[in-house]
Design a binder for this molecule. Structure first.
Ligand code: ZN
Length: 320
């Protein structure tokens, strides 16, 4: 049986924070292990800054109906990889086939990240997302596979698994591919529900009406000729060029000319988006030079001359 004793070192070399959990090199299920890809999961446990890895013990030790280890690594709330096993784990069950991953024994073919968030009222944190992208890119590079060999459990499952939820797996793969191509591309997402990173006045309502939303809900407000912007705060790692992407749910009743404000090194720049169309996906607003530091960088303004609700959902920065 093969093992992947290189896992912790490959993650560290990719800049991922690693904690090795006990005798991870020898903790594994009996049976075959010959990994060709990575499988993403969520744990269904509710994590927080003060309880960052509630599912860690169960991932190491298993549960009454499924012996551990339950994944090669758990990704905690802060994006730290807890490396649990260098061998076969009970995480994937049977694969029905997805992309280049054939049908068969998922636990033989796939290395599993259990991303510790509940997936019902909580999405993965930006730190979890960024660490998962970096780790997946590094492991696929080591395996000699491209980004299509990263899958979500809900894509391979034959038993109706829904994890990992609140994420577009095609975008996640695209981000892995960009990471593998560029090596060091930094990317971060702030959603309207991201703790401590989104600010809007009480004039902005909360809605989960559209199924095209990013995460559990989004904010909306009527257009008004006044300054009442919703702000997205990012910890920009260096003064450099960043592509700014926005995600909104689209609806014929939404605004045809929603102003997005980007706070650049040379002042605020405004870009207008038609939120009646192109919803439920990342849309490029443009590339801007942003200053280093943790501050409000992108806003959705209500100051539109068009009618229809202004929507504030999610914003992504990617270093280019
Ligand atoms: Zn799963």
């Amino acid at each position: 049986m093969a093992t992947i004793p290189w896992l912790a070192d490959v993650l560290r070399a990719a800049g991922v924070q690693v904690v090795v959990e006990g005798d991870w090199l020898n903790r594994m299920r009996p049976g075959s292990f010959d990994p060709i890809g990575v499988l993403w999961h969520h744990t269904a446990a509710t994590s927080s800054a003060t309880n960052p890895h509630p599912a860690l013990n169960i991932c190491i030790n298993g549960r009454s109906d499924l012996p551990g280890p339950l994944c090669q690594a758990l990704v905690d709330y802060h994006g730290v990889f807890h490396v649990i096993s260098a061998g076969r784990c009970n995480h994937a069950g049977t694969s029905g086939g997805s992309g280049p991953i054939p049908a068969g024994d998922g636990n033989t073919m796939l290395i599993g990240w259990e991303i510790d968030y509940n997936g019902v009222s909580q999405e993965m944190t930006a730190a979890q997302y960024n660490a998962s992208i970096a780790a997946t890119a590094a492991v696929l590079t080591r395996l000699g596979k491209d980004a299509s060999y990263a899958r979500g459990h809900r894509e391979t499952s034959t038993t109706g698994k829904i994890d990992p939820s609140f994420i577009d797996l095609n975008v996640m793969r695209a981000d892995v591919a960009a990471k593998m191509a560029g090596g060091t591309a930094w990317s971060s997402i702030v959603d309207n529900a991201t703790a401590g990173r989104f600010t809007a006045s009480a004039n902005w309502g909360v809605s989960s009406y559209s199924g095209q939303r990013y995460g559990g809900d989004y904010r909306y407000a009527d257009p008004v000729a006044a300054s009442d912007a919703a702000w997205y705060k990012f910890n920009v790692p260096a003064t450099a060029n960043y592509r700014v992407d926005a995600w909104w749910p689209a609806n014929s009743g939404y605004n045809a000319s929603t102003p997005y404000i980007v706070a650049t090194t040379t002042g605020n720049k405004t870009v207008y988006a038609d939120q009646r169309a192109n919803g439920g996906q990342w849309r490029i607003l443009g590339t801007f030079t942003l200053p280093a530091g943790d501050a409000n960088r992108v806003a959705v303004s209500r100051w539109s001359s068009a009618s229809g609700l202004i929507i504030a959902d999610a914003v992504r920065l990617t270093r280019v």
